[in-house]
Design a protein around this ligand. Structure first.
Ligand code: SAH
Length: 391
């Protein structure tokens, strides 16, 4: 905490205690003030900082001002979407709170004891700061257990449909805030989807493979790029995910965006990506664009080694399926895998596959998922654009 890192681990605490979510004064061994923090008796992260200013009172007015600042900060970015991450936890000074806005609806995850305790105050403050009336709670993420909290979902303020259509760039994307992953959608990949659309437009992809496609965001992006290049006719797109409801929504996105009847061939496979990649290699299929956006293989650094093998494996297989000159967008959203390590993993996948590539670009989370300099753990999503060297 001396360096404004927002967490105190259990092992770093010599004495003291409090109830779940209660505000505590954190002091160094010699009694010097370090921070005001929310106490979490069940969690390894035993306290999370609200403020490093000794004179600051942690009350409703303070939390309302932090919420208002987070909302105002989003105005700094040209996000080209009405799906926006309004609060990104520690980076916004609200440890354990995630809030996404989908049109006129807020969806919040209260994932720490501190924000749980202040839930009503935060809900009112968020609605006031955004001028909205509806807030749905999706506090059913696994992090809640580690804080000793039970899962909770449902309308916290207002009421309305849980099926929502947002506009990202020029596209329509449907989601359900009650049943979708996380708060309903992966807003963090917004900029990378846009980049994929640009690449599709420029390179006129003929065969696209979107692995771990969820509701087909990257598939829609590719189609939008091809449409802009007047190159939809004859394009083949394969989208793979192990969630059938997500795939059905992905398929629905074709009609929703007017891509049906345009001479495209779109397959949606309810399957394990690892199996599909191996089958495609056996069948001799190749692609000129592949997206690999797997779930978090390494939630923490402790899982890094096993996760590294899993990442290497899928990247090796994908590189084998890539045409010379083709493009691979490969991601890791594991906090436990650094950008540096991820680069090394992809490099060794290339060696094993016998494929040479250029790292053409580095990708990351969209700017409404900010990182702060004090909190390196905030860098979770990293991506590489790898171009296979032409034959
Ligand atoms: N690219 C997506 C987000 C992907 S999230 C987007 O832009 O919206 C990761 C996805 O991987 C989830 O949809 C999950 O259902 C899927 N998944 C997890 N393990 C899988 C596996 N072994 N094979 C196929 N899909 C898997």
């Amino acid at each position: 905490m001396q360096r404004r890192h927002p967490w105190v681990f259990e092992s770093a605490i010599a004495r003291g205690g409090a109830d779940s979510g209660e505000t505590v004064r954190v002091e160094s061994h010699d009694g010097a003030f370090l921070a005001w923090a929310a106490f979490s008796p069940a969690s390894k992260i035993r306290a999370r900082a609200w403020s490093f200013v000794e004179t600051q009172r942690i009350d409703a007015a303070f939390l309302a001002s932090v919420c208002a600042r987070a909302v105002a900060a989003r105005g700094l970015f040209d996000l080209q979407s009405d799906g926006v991450r309004v609060v990104h936890g520690e980076a916004d000074g609200l440890p354990g709170l995630i809030v996404d806005r989908y049109g006129d609806t807020l969806v919040a995850q209260f994932l720490s004891a501190g924000v749980e305790r202040w839930k009503d105050v935060l809900a009112d403050a968020l609605l006031k700061a955004t001028g909205l009336a509806k807030l749905y709670e999706r506090s059913d993420a696994s992090g809640r257990e580690r804080e000793g909290l039970k899962p909770v979902t449902g309308w916290l303020r207002g009421d309305g449909p849980t099926a929502i259509v947002i506009r990202e760039h020029g596209w329509k994307l449907s989601l359900d805030i009650a049943t979708g992953h996380k708060t309903g959608f992966y807003l963090d990949q917004r900029d990378s989807r846009q980049r994929f659309a640009e690449l599709a437009q420029h390179r006129r992809f003929r065969r696209v493979l979107n692995c771990f496609c969820y509701t087909g965001g990257f598939t829609v992006a590719a189609l939008a790029g091809l449409k802009a290049a007047n190159a939809l006719q004859g394009a083949q797109l394969v989208s793979v995910d192990s969630s059938l409801p997500a795939l059905e929504r992905a398929r629905g996105h074709l009609a929703l965006n007017g891509f049906e009847g345009q001479g495209i061939e779109a397959e949606f496979l309810d399957a394990n990506v690892n199996t599909v990649l191996r089958e495609f290699i056996d069948q001799g299929r190749t692609f000129d664009a592949i997206v690999l956006d797997p779930p978090k293989f390494a939630p923490t650094a402790a899982h890094a080694e096993r996760a590294a093998r899993a990442y290497k494996d899928i990247n090796r297989l994908a590189l084998k399926l890539l045409e010379p000159g083709g493009v691979l967008l490969t991601f890791s959203c594991s906090g436990g895998i650094s950008a540096d390590l991820f680069h090394k993993i992809v490099a060794s996948a290339g060696i094993d596959a016998g494929v040479d590539g250029y790292i053409a670009e580095r990708l990351g989370a969209a700017p409404d998922h900010p990182m702060t300099i004090e909190f390196p753990e905030g860098e979770y999503l990293k991506g590489l654009v790898v171009v296979r060297k032409p034959a």
